[in-house]
Design a binder for this molecule. Structure first.
Ligand SMILES: Cc1cc2nc3c(=O)[nH]c(=O)nc-3n(C[C@H](O)[C@H](O)[C@H](O)COP(=O)(O)OP(=O)(O)OC[C@H]3O[C@@H](n4cnc5c(N)ncnc54)[C@H](O)[C@@H]3O)c2cc1C
Length: 311
């Protein structure tokens, strides 16, 4: 008989675990109180980039594994994943944080932009290729794929992870911010991100200035202009004056974006703690708090979950 696995959570963490497990002989049910598009994973930008995971050595392998898997998935157009040029700038008026993120990149994939190509006020810029995961395409794709592999989806709010133990061999906890109550995890906090959406220009690179902070992400349906990083804010709402500031930040660097129609805005709550929790506790495997790097880490963490199940 195949092992019965319950995955709690249908965001990128839960779906990536289900994706890797569905290739093996397991009977899988995904329980979630909400599904795409009503979850944090739909609020992500979502480009591959290690963000705020510098202290966790496990992150290097997790990020590289995800990068490799997205690059494979990209060959199937239905996934909505593409490789994009990302320009990460360091302005002259800021002190650059040590660029530890380079270590997370596949070897040889980071170039420096020639000085003569830098915009005024920019001290240096990194020129890299990263996966862009269009959540509005990839999350529905994953759900369809999993249904075709006989994974079952059940809408349910789980109040105690142990309640699933009698009927399942393994319970995988991918509840993001929901783990705050479910696991009494006081260190887990929401970090709100607000973004603006404008009419897209798909030939635009991803632009990242972590210090401002400003990022611009050209998806097929819209260009995401972000973003804020607001600790301990629980309201998933945007503020008009903040959205206007985000747009002005972008217009300052790229005046031509003023021509793009403003489409809207959204906010999401990143599940944050200083360390990602991927660990086994009896027959429960925790896989949550991926902060601002949930897509960047997802498939790497999912691979660790599979290893824990198979060990
Ligand atoms: C504005 C913004 C921009 C971002 N940009 C990026 C980016 O560019 N790159 C990147 O890698 N990451 C980015 N992120 C981070 C990323 O969105 C998150 O890290 C990621 O979505 C977390 O995924 P998750 O599956 O762990 O959680 P979620 O997507 O929150 O899913 C949690 C699931 O658990 C379910 N659940 C919770 N509690 C219970 C319960 N008690 N019972 C049943 N079900 C439950 C929920 O209903 C949901 O299905 C961004 C986030 C924001 C807000």
């Amino acid at each position: 008989m195949s092992k019965k696995i319950a995955i709690v959570g249908a965001g990128i963490s839960g779906l990536s675990c289900a994706y890797l497990l569905s290739r093996k002989n397991y009977s899988i049910t995904i329980f979630a109180k909400a599904f795409s598009p009503s979850i944090t994973s739909n609020r992500a930008a979502a480009f591959w980039f290690p963000y705020h995971i510098r202290n966790d050595r496990r992150g290097v392998e997790w990020c590289r594994t995800s990068y490799r898997i997205y690059r494979q998935l990209m060959h199937n157009a239905a996934t909505g994943i593409s490789m994009k040029r990302l320009i990460k700038v360091v302005r002259e008026d800021v002190k650059e944080e040590e660029p530890v993120w380079i270590e997370f990149m596949p070897e040889g994939s980071v170039q420096m932009m020639p000085k003569e190509n830098l915009q005024p006020g920019v001290a240096k810029a990194y020129d890299v290729q990263v996966p862009l995961i269009e959540t509005q395409i990839f999350l529905p794709y994953l759900k369809e794929y999993l249904l075709s592999k006989n994974v079952t989806f059940e809408k349910a709010e789980i109040e105690n992870l142990n309640s699933l133990s009698p009927s399942h061999d393994i319970v995988v906890n991918c509840t993001g911010l929901g783990a705050k109550n479910l696991c009494n995890d006081e260190a887990l906090i929401p970090v709100r991100g607000q973004v603006a959406l404008i009419e897209t220009l798909t030939d635009f690179p991803i632009y990242l200035d972590n210090e401002k902070p400003l990022y611009i992400v050209p998806r097929k349906d819209a260009m995401i202009v972000g973003g804020t990083y607001e600790e301990n804010i629980f309201e998933e709402t945007t503020e008009p004056e903040t959205v206007e500031r985000l747009l002005n930040n972008a217009y300052e660097v790229f005046p031509q974006l003023r021509q793009q129609r403003i489409i809207g805005s959204w906010a999401g709550l990143r599940p944050y703690r200083s360390v990602v929790r991927v660990e086994k506790e009896n027959n429960i495997i925790h896989n949550y708090v991926h902060g601002g790097s949930g897509f960047t880490l997802a498939f790497g963490c999912a691979e660790s979950v599979v290893e824990m199940i198979e060990r």
